[in-house]
Design a protein around this ligand. Structure first.
Ligand code: SAH
Length: 395
C-alpha cells in the first residue's frame, strides 16, 4: 500500500505538534488521497515540516491515528511487539493478583496505538479492532501477543461499523474455546463472561475501583438501587458488601444474567430484587410508593431509547439525578456515573449541582473517580479519559 503525505491545516498544526494522536478529516487540507485503510500516513505542516506518522483507519471518531512522532519510524513487527510488551509489563500488578483475573492489558492511544484495545479474562485475550485500518496490522499484533504471553485462547471483536458497533459474527479466533460462561474475578467478586456475545461480554472492566468502593464503604446493612443494571455488576459488589439490592434494567436478558451472577457469588438471588422495567417508569412508581434507598447507582448509556423515553446523557443527566434524589434517603448517597465523552468532569459536576439546586437539596461530593490504572490514558488525548464517577451525599 502506498504511503501518503497529508498536510495539516494551519489552525491544527500546534495541536499535532503537541502530540495529539487522533487524525480527523477537518484537520487536513485534503483527505482525498486516503484510499486504503491501513495505509501509512505522514502528517506535515504547510511548510512541509514533519508532524507525525501513523495509519489511515475510519472510526466513529476520526480517520486514523498518529503512532509515532519520529520521522523514520517503521510500523513493523518490532514496533508492535515493543508497544505490547511495554503495555503488558505495566499490568504486572494485575497479572499477579489472585483476586482480580479480568483487566485491560492494552488501552488504545493510552498505550501508543489508537484503535486497538485488548482485555484479559482469566487466560483468554479479547482484542477489539476499531477500524479496518488497524485490522491490517493484525498478523503482527497477534504474533506479538503469542510471543509475549501464554494463554488459553484469543477472541476478537471487529468494530468496523460506522457507529462503532460490533459486527455480528463469531468472536473466536484461536486456541481453546472459552467456557460459557467464563467466570472471572474482580477484587474477589465473580462475574460471568460470554466472550462470544457481541460487544458487551458481561462486565465493564473500567468500573473496578467504583465497585470496590461501593462494596467496602457504602453497602453494609444498606438498601441499594442499581439502575441501568445490565448484568448487575454493581449489585454484586453491593451485595457482597452486605446490602440488599434492587436492580432495574429494561432488557429482559438482565434478569437471568443477574441471577446467574448472584449464583456464582453464592448469594441467594431471592433475597434481592431484579426488575425488568423502564427505569423512568420505575422511578415514577417508586416515588408514588415513597420507596427510599440508602445508595442509588446511576450508570446509564450515553444514549438510550425506550418505548416512551429518549435519554441522552449530555442533555438529560441532570433530570436523571433529580429522579434519583427523590428516592434517596436523607444522608444517603448517589453514585453518578457516565462514560459519555461529549462532556468533561467539570461539566458533569455542573449537571449534579443544578439537579440539587432545582431539587432544593444540599450535597457533598465524597468521592471522584475516573478510569482505573489498567485503562491507561495519555495527557495528549484528554477525551480518552471518558469515565466520570461521583459519589454524592444527599442532605
Ligand atoms: N451499569 C451497567 C452498564 C449499563 S449498560 C453496569 O455497570 O454493568 C446499559 C444498560 O442500560 C443496558 O443493559 C440497557 O438495557 C439498559 N437500559 C437502557 N435504557 C434503559 C431504560 N430506559 N431503563 C432501564 N434500563 C435501560
Amino acid at each position: 500500500m502506498k504511503e501518503v503525505i497529508l498536510t495539516v491545516k494551519k489552525e491544527f498544526v500546534t495541536k499535532y505538534k503537541n502530540g495529539y494522536p487522533l487524525v480527523f478529516e477537518d484537520a487536513l487540507e485534503s483527505a482525498k488521497c486516503l484510499k486504503d485503510e491501513g495505509q501509512i500516513i505522514t502528517l506535515i505542516d504547510d511548510k512541509k515540516a514533519f508532524l507525525g506518522r501513523g495509519y489511515y483507519g475510519n472510526q466513529n471518531k476520526g480517520c486514523g491515528w498518529v503512532l509515532s512522532n519520529s520521522k523514520n519510524s517503521k510500523f513493523d513487527y518490532r514496533f508492535f511487539y515493543d508497544k505490547l510488551r511495554n503495555a503488558f509489563s505495566k499490568r504486572m500488578r494485575y497479572y499477579h493478583s489472585k483476586d482480580t483475573t479480568a483487566f485491560r492489558v492494552f488501552n488504545g492511544e493510552g498505550d501508543g496505538i489508537g484503535g486497538l484495545t485488548i482485555d484479559y479474562f482469566d487466560e483468554y485475550y479479547l482484542i477489539t479492532w476499531y477500524s479496518k485500518g488497524i485490522y491490517v496490522f493484525k498478523d503482527m499484533i497477534i504474533k506479538a501477543i503469542k510471543s509475549l504471553v501464554s494463554f488459553e485462547g484469543i477472541y476478537e471483536k471487529k468494530r468496523f461499523d460506522e457507529n462503532g458497533m460490533v459486527l455480528e459474527e463469531d468472536s473466536y479466533y484461536c486456541g481453546r474455546k472459552a467456557p460459557e460462561p467464563l467466570i472471572v474475578k474482580e477484587n474477589g467478586v465473580n462475574f460471568a463472561i460470554y466472550l462470544n456475545e457481541g460487544a458487551m461480554v458481561g462486565v465493564f472492566l473500567d468500573q473496578k475501583e467504583v465497585r470496590k468502593s461501593i462494596r467496602d464503604k457504602y453497602s453494609k446493612g444498606k438498601k441499594v438501587l442499581n439502575t441501568f443494571s445490565y448484568t448487575g455488576a454493581f449489585s454484586m459488589a453491593a451485595a457482597r458488601g452486605g446490602a440488599i439490592t434492587t436492580s432495574v434494567d429494561l432488557a429482559s436478558r438482565s434478569l437471568e444474567k443477574t441471577i446467574e451472577n448472584f449464583n456464582i457469588n453464592k448469594i441467594n438471588p431471592e433475597k434481592h430484587n431484579i426488575v425488568v422495567e423502564d427505569i423512568f417508569l420505575y422511578f415514577k412508581k417508586a416515588k408514588k410508593e415513597e420507596l427510599k434507598f440508602d445508595l442509588v447507582i446511576l450508570d446509564p448509556p450515553s444514549f438510550a431509547t425506550s418505548k416512551d423515553h429518549k435519554f441522552s446523557a449530555a442533555k438529560d443527566y441532570k433530570d436523571l439525578v433529580k429522579l434519583a434524589i427523590e428516592v434517596t434517603e436523607n444522608e444517603g448517597v448517589i453514585v453518578a456515573s457516565t462514560n459519555c465523552a461529549a462532556f468533561n468532569m467539570a461539566k458533569f459536576k455542573k449537571f449534579i449541582d443544578k439537579a440539587f439546586k432545582e431539587s432544593n437539596k444540599h450535597y457533598e461530593i465524597l468521592e471522584e473517580h475516573t478510569l482505573p490504572q489498567d485503562f491507561m490514558i495519555t495527557d495528549k488525548f484528554p477525551e480518552g479519559n471518558y469515565l466520570k464517577v461521583l459519589f454524592v451525599k444527599v442532605y
